[in-house]
Design a protein around this ligand. Structure first.
Ligand code: SAM
Length: 247
């Protein structure tokens, strides 16, 4: 029986790696099945640890524990009452943020793939979060952003924190749409951008300034280029400055 279990596990790993190598895709069903079956339900730390275990064995799209710890630090410092995530996948970064929000804080998270959104939502519920703490919008970011004003409830001040981890080609347009819809907290909003590709670049929007990134800024608040291992940059509008040493 033990031998059979090991063969099944090896086949699953081979399947996941083949999918990744051939199509650069990750199977959300496999992430969900692994985490759902192996974690302790109702314990967010166990869900995250199980996710990290998956991440160490299989190709995964989650930000992982290292970048996750940087995100934690940002959430602790910013303490947003309203947070937005674009690119939920199976909910890893959503749960990291949710567990650090102050009481009454809410997260809206957007995922364009309906099946992935369902798996992610279920894992967030498995971790013990309730629907008054988060909402999953199943649509592309460009379709979701115009719907956000009516989803804000009593949080009229806007989002204090936005995590973008969906499609870097959309980051700039989505940021512009969020500004146009007046959805960013006017006293200060932190934007966390995740970059995974080598050599990508982003043009910062005026009056947005790149205050902090673990990368070298080539023209700082105008343009910066991501280093090979680039993952995180923070753009901050007014309010609380976040410096490199804070990450
Ligand atoms: C890298 S994964 C996100 C990982 C997640 N933040 C985590 O740490 O677990 C990116 C996700 O964004 C979704 N996505 C890509 N483009 C999108 C878009 N324009 N709008 C909404 N979701 C999008 C993909 O389906 C994918 O599930």
């Amino acid at each position: 029986k033990h031998y059979r279990g090991r063969v099944v596990s090896l086949c699953r790993r081979a399947q996941a790696w083949t999918l990744w190598l051939v199509k650069q895709e990750v199977c959300p069903r496999s992430v969900h099945a692994f985490v759902f079956c192996q974690c302790t339900h109702g314990k967010v730390d166990s869900v995250l640890e199980t996710y990290d275990l998956y991440h160490s064995m299989y190709p995964s799209l989650s930000i992982g524990a290292q970048i996750g710890a940087q995100l934690d630090e940002v959430v602790r410092r910013v303490q947003p009452s309203m947070a937005l995530e674009l690119g939920m996948h199976c909910g890893y970064s959503s749960m990291r943020m949710l567990r650090l929000l102050l009481s009454g804080g809410r997260l809206i998270t957007v995922e364009q793939d309906p099946q992935t959104a369902d798996y992610g939502e279920e894992l967030i519920l498995v971790a013990g979060f309730k629907h008054h703490q988060f909402e999953v919008l199943t649509s592309s970011s460009s379709d979701a952003i115009p719907l956000l004003p009516e989803r804000m409830g009593s949080h009229e001040e806007g989002f204090g924190l936005v995590l973008m981890d969906h499609d870097p080609a959309q980051y700039l347009t989505d940021l512009q749409s969020l500004e146009r819809e007046d959805l960013l907290r006017s006293e200060g909003c932190s934007i966390v951008l995740i970059y995974r590709k080598r050599g990508g670049s982003v043009t910062c929007l005026s009056p947005w300034r790149c205050y902090c990134c673990p990368l070298e800024c080539t023209a700082c608040h105008k343009t910066w280029h991501s280093s090979p291992l680039s993952i995180t940059a923070l753009l901050l509008k007014g309010g609380l400055p976040l410096h490199r040493s804070h990450l």
